[in-house]
Ligand binder design. Structure first.
Ligand code: 9MG
Length: 276
């Protein structure tokens, strides 16, 4: 948001998803081979990705924990290869302090933690760096999180969680300015709760921090439209545009080209005077 309280569409960043897990829900296993992964990164960068988010642990509903060594083996060589071959920013999607530490050493630009640095050692590892960190809200854990999630008040409960985690970060030595907030679409939320979050995403702007939104190909789209994961592009674009209009600064997506096109249409609409 700029000082006039209008949305700065020029500043929105597209985060391209690169899952290197055998069981991730939408592109499972497809990019696990390093050559394929780098080809995919090149495509995302050429299509307008500002950030590549590498994930070595599946967080889909029902997913089981992954061994630390396996996660390191999946993520770190790829991080090194991306930093060697591209200038794009790289974010590491992990909840393990050891993976965070290695990623920081090998040039990661952002830490993306769906557990909001609640696991042992994470706060202190991130505090020792100067990287931005994304704190995501999740009710429960991936294995069980979709079993009847309940809130007293969805927005107030998530804001309360954010305030607690922001405090924990600041106490650990992580400056407030380094924090990005993410309400965690699909992480312990019913379909109705996900759409309420999308409808009221701008309410989190009162915390004064950038918002990351990740709805791409998720079941909030599939359940509403009764479609498979490979038929969710239109729904994903619609949710991305709504999130941008609600003030999200980073949009986490599988379909980078299509999302960049949609963002460019939104930018043109909001800056039509600058078009010839
Ligand atoms: C790893 N991961 C999967 N979904 C996500 C989401 O919505 N936000 C963030 N920050 N990470 C996510």
């Amino acid at each position: 948001m700029n000082p006039n309280n209008t949305i700065d569409y020029q500043a929105i960043k597209i985060m391209g998803i690169l899952n290197v897990t055998p069981d991730s829900f939408s592109d499972g296993g497809k990019f696990i081979n390093a050559t394929d992964a780098l080809f995919q990164v090149e495509k995302m960068v050429n299509n307008g990705a500002d950030i590549i988010d590498i994930g070595g642990e599946s967080t889909r509903p029902g997913a089981v924990d992954v061994d630390e060594g396996d996660e390191l083996d999946r993520v770190i060589p790829l991080l090194k290869a991306i930093k060697k071959n591209f200038t794009v920013e790289v974010s590491i999607d992990t909840s393990k302090s050891v993976v965070m530490e290695e990623a920081i050493i090998h040039g990661a630009d952002i830490i993306n933690d769906v557990r909001a640095l609640q696991n042992k050692g994470c706060l202190s590892v991130v505090a020792k760096s100067d990287l931005p960190v994304c704190l995501m809200h999740m009710q429960g854990l991936p294995r069980t999180m979709q079993n009847s999630p309940k809130y007293d008040n969805l927005i107030i409960d998530i804001k309360e969680f954010f305030n607690q985690r922001i405090h924990a970060c600041i106490n650990a030595g992580i400056a407030r300015e380094r924090i990005i907030l993410d309400p965690g679409f699909g992480f312990g939320k019913t379909v109705a709760q996900n759409y309420q979050l999308l409808n009221q995403l701008s309410q989190f702007k009162s915390l004064g921090l950038p918002i990351l939104s990740g709805t791409s190909r998720k079941s909030m789209i599939g359940n509403l439209l009764s479609c498979d994961v490979n038929e969710r592009l239109a729904g994903s674009l619609a949710t991305a545009i709504i999130a941008m209009q609600q003030g999200a600064s980073i949009i986490r997506v599988h379909d980078v080209k299509e999302t960049t096109d949609a963002l460019n249409i939104l930018k043109a609409t909001n800056n039509y005077l600058s078009l010839t």
